[in-house]
Design a protein around this ligand. Structure first.
Ligand code: GLU
Length: 388
């Protein structure tokens, strides 16, 4: 069978593959500490599940509008105004099968052969592949610890060409955990406006920030940047709803209509009764979000302390999300070699940095319980002692 040429240019998602492998090893009875996928270990808060169960009981089991339940689109528009200072109507919002799907459909609606999309590295692994699947060209801009893994305005300006269509911004960032300050965002916004390109702001980790760090949306910094900003977000991380697959994108109505047409020919609406759970998530108390954030903050503290005590590894303190992005350069191993050996010898699952465009790093997720963190860090320590 001859497959389409475009699929030869993309790789399976390594985050999903390694997480699945760790789960399979656990199912076989192995004592695995999994720091692989960024998946909160908490159950979805009860009131959200109850709202979906109620919708199911009420027969909300039929097709709905491809762009999402009107009430959910309205609730998201309200949230974007209240939390982020972004003035959208329900018509500016599309509900998608997860945040990932919002980005995928955005690329399908916007990007074609010849278009360039600027992606700062380290990046979340699906960004470049989505560009490729849409027929465009990812332009990877390398950043490192010297700029706190942040793209600078000069780097962004220098990467723009006449073919640049889109800049992908992710703050808080997966995998580095960095959060751009308002001043840094303002400086990047200036370049976006000057070069008259679009920016998609992936804000899926917006609620998971630490120690007084300020998280704002680039789109809130003025009318000119607002008109060039598309917001991607979802329910998976903040509300521990990874398996529900509910995300959204906000932007100009013309784009939203086009994405809705694409969904109309592909996935149709997101699971109808699940969307009622998402409405409850937005419209009820946000106490559950804060409780989970506090638990992540505690885990981050412990994992970072343990990590800093292991010789041969180093890691910048993350301001947001739930990952440690660890430099393994001193080991002389590639990130794949490191992660394979760690899994094989210590049953600790980590994601190789090569997946994020940084082969001298690995990523550990601390969206897991404290016991696994303590045990996994003991094992990582043992692994490093044997290695160096
Ligand atoms: N986004 C999460 C991660 O980076 C979940 C897996 C995925 O979708 O890539 O681990």
């Amino acid at each position: 069978m001859k497959l389409a040429a475009r699929v030869e240019q993309v790789q399976p998602s390594l985050t999903l593959a390694i997480a699945a492998k760790a789960k399979a090893m656990k199912a076989e009875g192995m004592d695995v500490c999994s720091f692989s996928a960024g998946e909160p270990d908490f159950d979805t808060p009860t009131h959200i599940k109850v709202a979906a169960q109620k919708a199911l009981d009420e027969g909300k089991t039929k097709y709905g509008p491809a762009a999402g339940e009107p009430k959910l689109r309205q609730a998201i528009a309200r949230k974007l105004q209240t939390d982020n200072g972004l003035s959208y109507m329900a018509e500016n919002v599309i509900v998608t099968n997860g945040g990932k799907h919002s980005l995928y459909n955005l690329h399908m609606a916007l990007i074609e052969a010849g278009d360039e999309v600027i992606i700062p590295a380290p990046y979340w692994l699906s960004y470049p592949d989505m560009v490729v699947l849409a027929g465009g060209t990812p332009v990877i801009v390398q950043t490192d610890a010297s700029t706190g893994y942040k793209i600078t305005p000069d780097q962004l300006r220098a990467s723009c060409t006449e073919r640049t269509k889109l800049f992908v911004l992710n703050s808080p960032s997966n995998p580095t955990g960095i959060v751009y300050t308002p001043a840094e965002l303002a400086a990047l916004a200036e370049v976006v406006v000057e070069k008259d390109i679009l920016v998609v702001s992936d804000e899926i980790y917006e609620k998971i920030i630490y120690e007084g760090v300020q998280q704002i949306s680039i789109g809130s910094l003025g009318q000119e940047i607002f008109e060039r900003t598309l917001i991607s977000n979802g329910f998976a991380k903040a509300y521990s709803m990874t398996g529900w697959r509910i995300g959204y994108l906000a932007g100009p109505e013309k784009l939203i209509k086009t994405m809705s047409t694409i969904q109309g020919h592909s996935t149709s609406n997101v699971c109808t009764f699940a969307q009622f759970g998402a409405i409850a998530a937005l419209e009820s108390s946000q106490e559950c979000v804060e409780q989970m954030r506090l638990a992540f903050a505690e885990r981050r503290k412990v994992m970072l302390e343990r990590l800093n005590a292991i010789s041969g590894l180093s890691c910048a303190k993350p301001d947001g999300a739930f990952y440690l992005f660890i430099n393994i350069g001193k080991t002389g191993l590639t990130s794949l070699e490191f992660c394979d050996a760690l899994l094989e010898s210590q049953q600790v699952a980590a994601i190789p940095g090569i997946a994020f465009g940084a082969d001298d790093h690995i990523r550990l997720s601390y969206a897991t319980d404290m016991n696994s963190i303590e045990k996994g860090m003991d094992r990582l320590d043992k692994f490093m002692r044997a290695l160096l």
